[in-house]
Every structure is written in structure tokens, then in C-alpha cells.
Design a binder for this molecule. Structure first.
Ligand code: HAM
Length: 416
């Protein structure tokens, strides 16, 4: 394939099917964002590189090699939106206006990863961030909101994995334990993880290499690194999830690939996805504001990966929308078809017709191929009597309908 006819590696074109699912997911999530009262932020795709170095963390995979940088500038295409929302909050001193906000966003993110199924260089997030409270009720709301969207999308096989990293002090404690416990197996780790073990031991748990996983799986991690407050926060959250009848797997090895997390971390995984099995993920990031050199503000959020959800929706069928017809014409009735279509659209009926001079037979074939369930056939004889033929493509039955009754008849027929 000629280069100029190929898309960039790690990007995908959304054709009709993907675009339909994308819109469907957007609609479902907008409904829940309204129900839960989250307000939308639409932020730029470009940000200062330093935001993510400080926010996401110098030692993370994102900062180490995945940032898509504009050549000669300190600007990157955003790899994620959590740090960006914190930047927005700080820039506009939102703390001076209110002490609590609930935001949502839908849009593309960019990471220069090695492309594979479910791992792209440009992908979309549907995300939410609740800023200004450390309440475990808010953790529960965020998790429930993410699950409500995934459920409403119709993704059946999914599981919630959950853990608590604890506060900054607790994280230091578990980092020390991981470093000590893995010291004897250091040589079995990949060269990257050997470095991580020195600089950022928690990162070792996030390595996807089977050899490192084999070592990490032997670590005996539990809740003992958690201080009293953090343990209570986590226990309260789990009790709340039980009461909401949300099932979860407690995964003491779940750490997530971004450094800003504290306390609750979670992933929604699906066995339908293969190696890249996270449909979405999130957690609490009580230290992110501080990492950016500012005030301390507790916050929690999530982001769902749109392309992964599209992969999981392999049996997606288009939901029935407004009534629709294809208008086929026998003979030279271009003007009449054009205005009939315009009239139907005015009455809220979707319509389409041939612009290419096809024969009646070819028009019917086209209608069939594009999945039209109803076809209006316009013939000169009928049209002179202000009538058309309405054909039901499912059972091949047809009837003659008066033009003035057409819209009402289409509405009834499309419900039948
Ligand atoms: P993340 O785990 O990096 O978290 O991304 C969230 C989701 O985006 C993943 O679970 C996955 O579904 C999807 N995703 C990530 N990378 C790719 C990729 N290269 N190709 C396709 N899909 C991908 C975050 O970004 C955090 N900002 C989430 C968050 C919000 N935490 C708190 N608030």
C-alpha cells in the first residue's frame, strides 16, 4: 500500500460501525454524567510537557518514552487528561470559587506506545474527575458511575479489580517492602525493572513481561502497609460496594502505571479483550495537586478506553432510531423525489434517495444493501394521483399510500 494511502501506525479510522458505537457510547455516558451531575470540560490536545513530567511522574512509562512531543517545542499531545484537569483547576483558581467540582471529558489522548491490539498511539477517553473531597462515598460514586456506563453500553464480561495504595507514607512503606522482598530475585527481572526496583519499586508490579510477572506474583502483599485512616477508608469503600451489590476482586498487586495515585486504585477488565484487558481504570490522586507544586486538594476519577470498549462490543447492533425510508423512483422524477424527501425530513422521518441515475432495480438493490427496512417507490402513474407505494423490505409486502398519509403510515410501519 502506498504510504500516502495508509493511516499512521497505531491510529485507527472509525468507519461506519466504529463511528456508530462511538456515538452510542457518547450518548450513554452523557446520560449518566447528567444523572450524576458532572459538568463537561473540553480542554486542548496540546499541553506543556512539564505538566506530565511532574504530574504523571518522571519514572512512568508515559513520561519515559510515550509522550508525543512537538519537535523543537516543550509542548506535547496530551497522553491523559487527569493532570490536565488539575492544571485547568489551578490556572483558573477554581478553589477560590468553590471547594468541590465534578468534571467529565470525552476526547482523544496520544501515547507513543508500540502498537498492538487494544494499544494505540491515538485513542479516546471517556473520563470523570471529582475534585475537592476525600470522602469514600465519592470513591464509590466514581466506581459506580464507570460501571454504569460500561453496563449501559452492553459489555457483559467485565470485572472490577480494586486495591488501596494508601497515602504517600504508606506507599513508601510498600515500596520498601517490595524492594527488600525482590532483592534476591533482582536478576530475574528485566533490565527496566531492575532500574525500577531502585527508583520506583511499585512500578515493577506494573510490568507486563511474563518473566517479571512471575517474580512479582510471589510477593505477599496485603493491607498491612496501610495506616489506620487509609485502611478505614478502604474498608468503608469495600463495605459500600458490597451494599451496592457491586462485585469486585481485591488485588493487592494492582498499582497502576501513573505515579499520582494514592489510596483507591481500580481497573475494569474484560476477558473479551486479550492481553490489553483493561476497559478503563482510575483511582484517587490526593497528591497530584501537591506534585504540581500547589495546594493540597483530594480528588478521584476514572477514564474508560473507547477503542477497547468498541473491541468488547463485537456483536453491536445498531439501536433503532427515528423512522427512516429509502425513496426509489421509476422514471425521471428527480425533482419530485428531492422535495418528497425534504418534506419527510421536515416531519422527522429520515430519508435517502439515489443521486447517481440508477435504474429502479439498482435502487432497490442499493436500499437492500444499506439495510433500509422501508422503501417508498415513486412512479409517474401513482404520483399523478398523489400516491406512492410503500414496500416493507422485511416481508416484501407493499401497499399504495396517499401522499398526505405517508409520514403517519411510515411511523406505524417502522414500529411493526
Ligand atoms: P490509563 O490506565 O492510562 O489511566 O488509561 C485508562 C484507559 O484508557 C485504559 O484502561 C485503557 O482502556 C485505555 N488506554 C490506555 N492506553 C491506551 C492505548 N495506548 N490504546 C488504547 N487504549 C488505551 C489514565 O489515563 C488515568 N488518567 C485515568 C484516571 C482518571 N485516573 C484518575 N482519573
Amino acid at each position: 500500500m502506498k504510504k500516502e494511502y495508509s493511516n499512521v501506525r497505531g491510529t485507527i479510522d472509525f468507519s461506519e460501525r466504529e463511528a456508530l458505537i462511538y456515538e452510542y457510547l457518547r450518548e450513554k455516558s452523557l446520560k449518566f454524567f447528567k444523572l450524576y451531575q458532572y459538568q463537561q470540560l473540553i480542554l486542548p490536545l496540546l499541553e506543556e510537557e512539564s505538566l506530565f513530567i511532574k504530574g504523571v511522574g518522571q519514572g512512568t512509562d508515559i513520561v519515559q518514552g510515550q509522550m508525543m512531543k512537538i519537535e523543537g517545542k516543550s509542548i506535547v499531545l496530551r497522553p491523559e487528561a487527569t493532570a490536565q484537569i488539575v492544571r485547568h483547576y489551578l490556572q483558573h483558581r477554581l478553589d477560590k470559587k468553590n471547594n468541590f467540582y465534578k468534571f467529565f471529558y470525552i476526547g482523544p489522548m496520544f501515547r507513543g506506545e508500540r502498537p498492538q491490539k487494544g494499544r494505540l498511539r491515538q485513542f479516546n477517553h471517556i473520563g470523570a474527575e471529582a475534585v475537592g473531597s476525600n470522602s469514600f462515598y465519592l470513591d464509590a460514586e466514581i466506581i459506580k458511575l464507570a460501571l454504569d456506563i460500561v453496563n449501559a453500553a452492553g459489555i457483559e464480561k467485565k470485572e472490577l479489580q480494586i486495591n488501596s495504595l494508601g497515602c504517600a507514607q504508606d506507599k513508601k512503606k510498600s515500596a520498601k517492602k517490595i524492594k527488600n522482598d525482590l532483592a534476591k530475585d533482582k536478576k530475574k527481572l528485566c533490565s527496566n525493572c531492575q532500574k525500577r526496583l531502585e527508583r520506583n519499586p511499585l512500578r515493577v508490579l506494573d510490568c507486563k513481561l511474563p518473566s517479571c510477572r512471575k517474580v512479582a506474583v510471589n510477593l505477599e502483599l496485603d493491607k498491612s502497609h496501610l495506616c489506620l485512616d487509609c485502611r478505614q477508608h478502604f474498608e468503608n469503600l469495600l463495605t459500600l460496594l458490597d451494599q451496592l451489590e457491586v462485585t469486585y476482586n481485591y488485588q493487592p498487586n494492582l498499582v497502576r502505571g501513573l505515579d499520582y495515585y494514592t489510596n483507591t486504585v481500580f481497573e475494569i477488565t474484560s476477558s473479551q479483550l486479550g492481553a490489553q484487558d483493561a476497559l478503563g481504570a482510575g483511582g484517587r490522586y490526593n497528591n497530584l495537586f501537591h506534585r504540581l507544586g500547589a495546594i493540597e486538594v483530594p480528588a478521584v476519577g476514572f477514564a474508560l478506553g473507547v477503542e477497547r470498549m468498541i473491541l468488547a462490543l463485537d456483536h453491536f447492533t445498531k439501536p433503532k432510531e427515528i423512522p427512516s425510508v429509502f425513496i426509489a423512483k421509476a422514471g425521471v422524477l428527480e425533482r419530485e423525489v428531492f422535495f418528497l424527501s425534504a418534506g419527510l425530513r421536515r416531519q422527522g422521518i429520515a430519508s435517502n434517495f439515489d443521486f447517481c441515475g440508477k435504474s429502479l432495480k439498482a435502487q432497490m438493490r442499493y436500499a437492500q444493501k444499506t439495510g433500509a427496512e422501508l422503501v417508498v417507490i415513486l412512479g409517474e402513474k401513482e404520483f399523478n394521483k398523489k400516491e406512492v407505494i410503500l414496500r416493507d423490505m422485511k416481508n416484501s409486502k407493499q401497499e399504495t399510500v396517499k401522499l398526505e398519509e405517508l409520514a403517519a403510515r411510515i411511523r406505524v410501519a417502522s414500529r411493526e
